[in-house]
Design a protein around this ligand. Structure first.
Ligand SMILES: [Zn+2]
Length: 340
């Protein structure tokens, strides 16, 4: 029996001295990337293949005994030989231990290992009638999924309910995720074991939610296996940039345009805040760039203590100067010139 050698280190992008930690990290990264549930139908096949290989590689490299045994083979395949398995290779049989769930991904995909794995680690190569490779997989909780939710500053500040549309995939009910029906591909899911799942969810947004925080939707993640509960969905909050407000920590900054006469004599101007408009007193003799502080009108911070709103004064001339106003400006201009 000639079986194609699988380079598990290459599969995980590791060199041969990789530590357990590096192996685990590489596995997690790749499993997340290639998890079939996270790929659209068109890419599913490729993702499944990759995912299968990644899982197999991890199955071996994470286990010191298996890894050592695998490493010992090294010299034989380096010459370009494919691995020759024989009856003598079956002396030590390893089985998947059912140690799924720690990686978060294992078990959510019914893959099966390559002939190489079966020949090398035992557990029934095709045709032997043994099927040790289909390990006893207990119930496995569905994986947690992560997505984003974009909110305006006002939505985040007020909180409330927001409907979102979710596209994900669910385990095919026709074949229970195995991809096969009566010794043929399952027609419902095309053999992938999953079907597209679209739904609308009402999401409760806590008032004052922060950029980057995560809203947990219990039971809206991936499907569990063997009657295990579904995973959760985490929505990462992304605050959209606001046309008027600039969020700086818990403070909110805003520009307010005033005219030169208002700057000279002072005035009361309406200013937009998260709670609606308020009238703000501009002191006489205000300068361009001066900032007025509105206490507790900022964004809720720690313990719901609100930051302040800072109103930055921008002095500009009116775009629609009347004839009379122009006359007065001219007078002002001449006055200042004559005064020099
Ligand atoms: Zn199916």
């Amino acid at each position: 029996m000639s079986v194609k050698f699988q380079d598990y280190y290459e599969t995980l992008g590791l060199d041969r001295n990789a530590t357990d930690k590096e192996i685990k990290a590489a596995y997690r990264k790749l499993a997340r990337k290639w998890h079939p549930d996270l790929h659209p139908a068109a890419e599913k096949k490729e993702a499944e293949e990759k995912f299968k290989k990644i899982n197999e590689a991890y199955e071996v490299l994470k286990d010191p005994e298996k890894r050592e045994r695998y490493d010992r083979l090294g010299s034989r395949w380096k010459d370009g030989q494919n691995f020759q398995g024989g009856p003598d290779m079956g002396e030590a049989r390893y089985y998947s231990t059912g140690d799924f769930g720690t990686g978060g991904f294992e078990g959510s995909f019914e893959g099966g290992f390559s002939d190489f794995f079966s020949a090398f680690f035992g557990g029934g190569s095709p045709g032997t009638g043994r099927s040790g490779r289909t390990a006893q997989r207990g119930p496995v909780k569905g994986e947690d999924l992560e997505s984003e939710i974009k909110l305006t500053l006002e939505e985040a500040y007020r909180g409330g309910t927001r409907s979102i549309r979710l596209s994900s995939s669910a385990i095919c009910p026709e074949c229970s995720g195995t991809g096969t029906r009566e010794r043929s591909f399952c027609a419902r899911c095309g053999g992938t074991g999953t079907i597209p799942d679209e739904k609308t969810l009402d999401v409760k947004i806590p008032a004052g939610v922060k950029e980057g925080s995560r809203i947990r939707l219990k039971g809206q993640g991936g499907s569990g296996l063997g009657g295990a509960p579904k995973g959760d969905l985490f929505l990462k909050v992304r605050l959209q940039s606001h046309p008027v407000f600039r969020l700086k920590g818990d403070n909110i900054e805003i520009d307010a345009v005033i005219h030169p006469d208002q700057a000279v004599f002072g005035d009361k101007i309406p200013v937009q805040t998260l709670d609606g408009n308020v009238n703000v007193k501009v002191p006489p003799g205000s300068r361009h760039g001066n900032k007025l502080r509105l206490r507790d009108k900022g964004y809720p911070g720690k313990n719901s203590v609100r930051g302040d709103q800072l109103v930055r004064l921008v002095i500009d001339i009116p775009a629609d100067l009347s004839k009379d106003e122009k006359e007065l400006y001219k007078k002002l201009y001449e006055l200042r010139k004559g005064g020099k």
